[in-house]
Design a protein around this ligand. Structure first.
Ligand code: AHR
Length: 495
């Protein structure tokens, strides 16, 4: 059949928050050390950050970067990582060092000032995750003071001595990470109590201390069990629902081997990625039930493919194929189509770890197929998401939901209407796109992975071949027709 995608350019969903295209970097394996940072005690911060990784990341419009974890966040004490680098203590990395040698202990050479300088160089908004599991609100508040305060205090002086007189103005603060598990193994009601304790101090920053500069606090939610309901119920009963700005969930998925998978496993992985739609809907419903008047966004601050080969003892490294990137495109469509509720999302993790966007070895850095998807989707950032209706076939997947073979999302901006779609079929499909404009003309049409099969793995030598290519389209009577190659992602900008 011919797939038909009809976009209604006047049916607004909401503005797509730039932060939906965010990233996440943890002190885990070779994400920070080796991937982003290769400096020593004597390097300037600029010299310590890898140029090749930096220039690739600068090539993307990165809206935000979450740091330092992940599970690492709830065993991290930020003061270990500021001041002269040669004086910083070595520490355990409780979650990510098991069975590994001392290379994976925490040297604290990359700390707050290094991270925030990286964000400046990337022109990206920092998102810091505070330590709840083994920390306390005072430690978190000191971190806020060090980063953001503009007064005359000892911590402000320390920041200036460490090279940054001006406040960094970090807007996003996570109150822990996965506090139902590695972040302290809390019960939801206990975490709710703890959240309010932290929020008492963190929210004072935008109140008494720095009027008008309210921090965005992100509470930790969960996709399983009744965590979200119990947490939100407890917050509402205590009258604390307005203390948070976002509720976050995480989802990882896989099916079969990272590169050697069957057709069924190909579709299974896509089917599993679609569960994110339910995660978001259920989280939004819970917020609506318990805090209907509060302005709380849904955050997905860890998501992506986690193949079985990515284990603690290899620093969660895995190979990536076109399949992974096609699944990511569908997830970005889910976020865009829920622009009214999703306030932020962060794929895991930026460099070398899990569904990274950049791989490195000692000499080079190169982009993954997932990097190319983020690059292609950039015109959606800050645009108004509008409704799109996809008429396509579905593939049945054993024990999973059916997979619509074409996924799409659309947005409107001053540059016209931008439509992204992925053909998840392993075979080529004929697509007709109708954006509701009789005199539609195509300003740009690009395709990813035209020359590759679904199991094409990225390597240092072939990375460039995954970049976008021009796509041939025919326009007649306002309809845009083209052939979408099997396992491909397409971006079309219509004026
Ligand atoms: O991204 C790897 C780990 O996955 C994170 O540290 C944790 O939050 C999640 O379980």
């Amino acid at each position: 059949m011919t797939d038909r995608i009809r976009v209604d350019p006047e049916a607004d969903i909401d503005e797509i928050d730039d932060h939906v295209f965010g990233h996440f970097a943890e002190h885990l394996g070779r994400c920070i050390y080796g991937g982003i940072w290769d400096g020593d005690e004597d390097s300037t911060i600029e010299a310590g950050i890898r140029d090749d990784t930096l220039s690739l990341l600068q090539g993307l419009d990165m809206p935000n970067l979450r740091w330092p974890g992940g599970c690492f966040a709830d065993d991290y004490h930020w003061e270990d990582g500021v001041g002269p680098r040669e004086e910083r203590p070595r520490r355990r990395n409780v979650h990510w060092v098991q069975g590994r040698d001392e290379e994976w202990e925490e040297s604290n050479q990359f700390g707050t000032d290094e991270f925030l300088r990286l964000c400046e160089l990337l022109d990206t908004t920092p998102y810091l995750a505070a330590n709840v599991g083994s920390g306390d609100p005072g430690e978190a508040m000191d971190w806020v003071e060090y980063c953001n305060y503009d007064g005359d205090t000892e911590l402000v002086d320390r920041r200036a001595e460490n090279g940054h007189e001006e406040p960094y103005d970090v807007p996003y603060w996570g109150v822990g990470n996965e506090n139902w598990g590695c972040g302290g193994d809390y019960e939801p009601a206990d975490y709710a109590r703890e959240f309010r304790r932290y929020a008492t101090y963190l929210n004072a920053f935008g109140g008494n201390m720095n009027p008008g500069e309210k921090l965005d606090l992100i509470a930790c939610g969960h996709i399983h069990g009744d965590w979200n309901q119990e947490f939100m119920k407890n917050m509402a009963e205590a009258g604390g629902q307005n203390a948070m700005d976002h509720l976050s969930v995480h989802r990882y998925y896989n099916a079969g081997d990272s590169t050697d998978f069957s057709d069924d496993e190909y579709y299974k992985l896509i089917a599993r990625s679609l569960a994110l739609a339910d995660d978001i809907d259920q989280t939004a419903d819970t917020i609506n039930t318990y805090a209907p008047a509060a302005d709380i966004g849904v955050v997905v601050d860890e998501w992506g493919v986690w193949h079985p080969e990515a284990k603690n003892d290899n620093g969660l490294e895995q190979s990536q194929t076109v399949r992974d990137a096609v699944s990511a495109a569908g997830v970005l469509d889910i976020f865009a189509n829920r622009a009214d509720v999703v306030s932020m999302a962060n794929i895991a993790q930026t460099v070398n770890v899990l569904q990274c966007i950049v791989y490195t070895d000692e000499e080079d850095a190169w982009p993954t197929q997932t990097y190319q998807v983020f690059d292609l989707y950039e015109p959606h950032m800050g645009a108004t998401a509008v409704r799109s209706y996809v008429d396509t076939d579905e593939r049945e997947v054993e024990n999973e939901r059916d997979v619509p073979l074409v996924s799409a999302s659309a947005s409107r901006s001053d540059d016209g209407v931008f439509v992204t779609l992925s053909n998840r079929d392993l075979d080529e499909r004929e697509v007709v796109l109708d954006v509701g404009l009789d005199d539609a003309s195509v300003a740009e049409a690009e395709v990813l992975f035209d020359d590759h099969d679904a199991d094409a793995e990225v390597t240092k030598d072939n990375a460039d071949s995954f970049a976008a290519a021009d796509l041939d389209v025919d326009v007649e009577d306002g309809e845009i027709a083209f052939d979408a190659p099997g396992s491909s992602v397409v971006g079309v900008r219509v004026e």
